[in-house]
Ligand binder design. Structure first.
Ligand code: AP5
Length: 252
């Protein structure tokens, strides 16, 4: 995660502000990460944000933050329903997602830049993002689509453990915490996501093919798509991503 900000504005929404303003990079990066569940978007978002000084904006983290009771208020009916969809592995309805992202729209003009992870996920959400970017007078630098073999996805999802507090992501084999079951950063007990259970993760993979994969064509037609094969270690994939971005956009 970006150590420069606590992401309170994104995680909580409303009038909440982040405790610290990120430093302004010379050239803020504004990226969307696409790819199937478990491909490593969140892992790459954390590495890219640390490198670019940008803020990781994950819609999944908004829901998990609410689920962990961190929002401090009882869930609204819309959030209760969103969490039910998430547990089953289904997409949360566009209307709810667009309301949540819309009320956090100013995060898109954050001076540090942003890495969107998990949004947009449908063509309707992509069109809404185009409008939000226009309203906030910013443009996307690129949309990165990570791709790998389906067998790898199942292994990555089954071994994932997450920190409910700081949202750090681990893997039992590929990226174990220093002390088993405990977050390296904040000492909180790690958990397995309910939607990582086999029945929910199967649904998520199917939903991705039906609803989210069409976004690849959407962004290819706009000339914004960069496809990257997500094989190798997270650091190798990060290195590939940074090299491609540098070639396309120049140094950050
Ligand atoms: P979200 O949180 O966005 O989940 P997702 O897209 O399914 O993606 P994941 O978080 O499962 O995977 P990832 O690609 O980030 O992989 P990670 O880096 O963790 O959404 C969750 C749910 O919220 C949705 O199903 C939906 O219900 C709802 N939702 C969210 N946004 C929505 C929207 N816009 N519209 C509607 N509904 C929405 O890596 C996975 C594991 O692999 C980790 O353990 C990691 O350590 C490991 N790993 C990473 N890279 C490697 C590597 N190179 N080699 C080996 N292991 C690796």
């Amino acid at each position: 995660m970006n150590p420069q900000t606590d992401r309170a504005a994104w995680l909580l929404g409303g009038d909440v502000r982040c405790n610290t303003e990120p430093a302004k990079p010379v050239r803020p990066r504004r990226l969307v990460l696409l790819g199937p569940p478990g491909v490593g978007k969140g892992t790459q978002a954390a590495l890219l944000c640390a490198a670019y000084g940008a803020c990781p904006l994950s819609t999944g983290d908004i829901f998990r933050h609410a689920l962990a009771g961190c929002a401090g208020e009882p869930h609204t009916k819309a959030m209760e329903s969103a969490l039910d969809h998430m547990h089953r592995g289904e997409l949360v309805p566009d209307r709810t997602v667009l309301e949540l992202v819309g009320e956090r729209g100013r995060c898109l003009s954050c001076r540090g830049g942003f890495i969107l992870d998990g949004f947009p996920r449908t063509v309707a959400q992509a069109e809404a993002l185009d409008h939000l970017l226009y309203v906030h007078k910013v443009t996307l630098d690129a949309v990165i689509s990570y791709e790998t073999r389906p067998e790898s996805l199942a292994i990555r999802i089954a071994g994932r453990r997450t920190c409910p507090s700081c949202k750090a992501v681990y893997h039992l084999e590929a990226k174990p915490p220093r002390q088993a079951g405990v977050c390296d950063h904040c000492g909180t007990a790690l958990v397995q996501r309910t939607d990582d259970r086999p029945e929910a993760s199967m649904v998520r993979l199917k939903v991705y093919e039906k609803s989210t994969a069409p976004l690849i064509a959407y962004y290819r037609e706009k000339g914004q798509l960069i496809s990257i094969t997500a094989t190798g270690t997270p650091e190798e994939i990060f290195g590939k991503t940074v090299a491609i971005m540098k070639k396309k956009l120049g140094p950050a």
